[in-house]
Design a protein around this ligand. Structure first.
Ligand code: PRX
Length: 635
């Protein structure tokens, strides 16, 4: 009997040791006992981090939707699979049972087929948080199409880059979306994006806001009439363990976004196993993750992980502030939510509202609280623990990445004693290492270094779509034979990990990963801009905010600086999306550079953080005089 569900600390250590000493036996037992396979594997694991190549459960055949839906039908057919809470609290919530989910996914899968989508085709999904989002993902997986979900807050340019990078044939979208009191013209954004996407042959449009939109003849089709005609039976496509399941884009420190490719069997096993343990999910619990499905958190812990366990997973369409800042607590009370998983940025924003709004609500159903996406500061941790968890619900501070597919370092609730700001211990099967800058592993406790993983885990991304070399260069070249996360971490005296943040040029703003290079590229598009550099600085709600240093082409000309700032942010909104807007823009005559012409971001970061006590030796710079100038004019 494998330890699918860990219930006390000794068991954690025992299972952890087994997972490290005999990883293949361990994962084989988990895979064997808890999933449906069309055919079992020939080999549990083969790997080579130098190539790099990783294969789990090779030779196995399966379909993930059979595991997430069909196998629950006999025992959980009438149980709610997806609980949809709409943006408007007056609109009734929708309970989609496993049986209904089965029918709706099958119908959708048949529509995809009728539109010419076959195994291996890429389908871009650009939808708000409505049931069709989860259903379209599952429909793709059912027929072996590779889904590429693009967060519906991204701009037309960002959308078209992603569509073209993975050569999507189809886009699934809606006539618009609700976001608090606002409506957003999603279809208009798709139309604009598709002007530069010749590969897209079909656009399926779900009706959400019932607005009067343009439909392009021959390309755009309303979804509902197609669904109405489709059969509710659809055989699964039998997939190989290592067939791609989805592509999900994440920012890199340079270049265009990276399409991380996740494959089928390992991803399923790991997301299901982590979900069960990290949230201690019990039958009849209502689990809620507030992330958007457009991010990895939603893929793994709204859709696949919960459904693979036959859980009830809540999907919320709206925002925490609509109609007021009590909305989250209103939903917790209304649906008696047992596990609540959110991001530190939301916690900080809600903490600002005071506790009065919380006191009006009964939060006694909550058993486990989760945090994800960025480091949680001590103040936010205590606020969450005291006011939401009432000091009785453990907080799981879960560290992981788009690339890792599932949670990597985390407490197990009621098992691992928590410690504010610490993600605590590696999850079962995860072998972290801290490295110094020379490439030596720091083996002792009470050290800090760069966080790597030494051994493969089932849910790791296998490549970057269309660019395996970049996958190798980004993750497997910094340290020999190790996956490099890009994060710094420290390990305390008992072996607990605390993530200290990115060590590269990725900045996490409100829990969203943003690479500086694409934002700089957007800023440089402004006709008045000669050069720019973007760094992060601490922000009390967003965690980090963006600070831009901008050199204008024509310094002589007097310009309305506030207007320029607005124009620059407008360009960023068009190229990437509003999440990447700069909080501060300082116009400067120069940027500090090394003699080889490299911008010294370390100095710019310190100035933006108003931490100029230790700038280091600036005399070796190409242009040391600009440092003082920048410091004198800091915003
Ligand atoms: O820096 C880490 C931070 O978020 C990065 C990954 O971002 P993304 O791929 O968008 O995935 C976010 C959701 C899994 C990491 O490299 N991060 C994520 N979780 C934590 C965190 N930093 C500190 N503590 C966490 N719990």
């Amino acid at each position: 009997m494998s330890n699918y569900h860990i219930k006390h600390l000794e068991e954690y250590y025992q299972v952890y040791r087994k997972s490290v000493r005999e990883p293949e036996n361990f994962w084989e037992e988990v895979a064997e006992e808890h999933f449906m396979w069309q055919k079992k594997w020939d080999n549990v694991l083969s790997w080579d981090f130098n190539k790099p190549e990783v294969k789990w459960f090779e030779g196995a055949e399966l379909n993930i939707t059979e595991n997430c839906i069909d196998r629950h039908l006999a025992t959980r057919g009438e149980k709610t699979a997806i609980l949809f809470e709409p943006n408007d609290p007056k609109e009734p919530a929708e309970h989609i049972t496993y049986k209904q989910l089965h029918e709706r996914v099958n119908k959708f899968a048949n529509v995809l087929k009728s539109q010419g989508i076959t195994k291996g085709d890429r389908v871009c999904i650009y939808l708000p948080m409505i049931p069709e989002l989860a259903i379209s993902i599952l429909a793709c997986a059912r027929i072996g199409a590779i889904h590429s979900v693009v967060f519906a807050g991204f701009s037309a340019t960002a959308l078209s880059t992603r569509i073209n990078d993975s050569d999507c044939k189809m886009v699934v979208t809606s006539d618009g979306s609700y976001r608090g009191a606002k409506t957003i013209d999603l279809k208009g954004i798709v139309d604009e994006a598709l002007e530069s996407c010749p590969g897209v042959k079909t656009v399926l449009v779900a009706k959400r806001i019932h607005s009067d939109i343009q439909m392009k003849a021959g390309r755009d089709k309303w979804l509902q009439p197609l669904l109405d005609e489709a059969s509710n039976a659809c055989e699964i496509e039998v997939m190989k363990a290592e067939d791609p399941l989805f592509i999900l884009y994440t920012s890199g420190s340079t270049g265009k976004p990276k399409g991380m490719v996740h494959t089928t069997a390992g991803y399923m096993v790991y997301t299901a196993y982590t979900f069960k343990n990290v949230f201690q999910y019990r039958e009849n619990d209502v689990y809620w993750c507030t992330a958007d499905i457009g991010w990895i958190t939603g893929h793994s812990y709204i859709v696949y992980g919960p459904l693979a366990n036959g859980a009830t997973t809540l999907m919320f369409e709206g925002v925490p502030s609509y109609p007021d800042f009590g909305r989250f607590w209103d939903i917790v009370e209304k649906h008696k939510v047992n596990q609540f998983y959110t991001a530190p940025t939301a916690i900080r924003a809600l903490a600002k509202q005071g506790t009065e709004v919380i006191e009006k609500h009964d939060l006694s159903s909550i058993k486990v609280l989760g945090s994800v996406g960025e480091p949680i500061n001590e103040e936010a941790w205590h606020w969450y623990n005291d006011n939401i968890g009432k000091k009785k619900s453990p907080i799981v501070d879960t560290w992981w990445q788009t690339e890792t597919g599932g949670i990597m370092i985390t407490p197990i609730p009621f098992v691992t004693p928590t410690k504010p700001t610490y993600a605590t211990l590696p999850f079962i099967g995860i072998q972290p290492a801290l490295m110094d800058e020379e490439g030596n592993e720091l083996k002792a406790n009470q050290v800090d270094g760069r966080l790597c993983i030494k051994f493969p885990w089932p849910a790791m991304a296998r490549t970057i779509w269309g660019n395996h070399q970049r996958y190798k260069d980004t993750y497997f070249s910094a340290y020999e034979n190790k996956y490099f996360t890009g994060d710094g971490a420290l390990r305390d005296e008992v072996g607990y990990y605390r993530i200290t943040g990115r060590v590269d040029d990725v900045i996490i703003v409100s829990g969203h990963n943003l690479g500086t290079a694409p934002i700089e590229d957007a800023v440089n598009e402004h006709p008045a801009v000669a050069e720019s550099a973007i760094v992060g600085f601490p922000h009390d709600v967003k965690g980090n905010a963006l600070y831009g240093y901008v050199i204008l082409k024509d310094v002589g000309e007097s310009r309305d600086q506030d207007n320029l700032r607005k124009e620059i942010n407008q360009i960023i909104t068009e190229h990437i999306g509003p999440i990447a807007k700069l909080d501060k823009i300082q116009f400067t005559s120069g940027l500090p550079k090394t003699r080889s012409g490299k911008i010294m971001r370390r100095i710019l970061r310190k100035i933006a953080c108003k931490d100029t006590s230790n700038l280091g030796d600036t005399s070796t710079l190409l242009n040391p005089e600009v440092v003082k100038d920048i410091m004198d004019n800091v915003l």
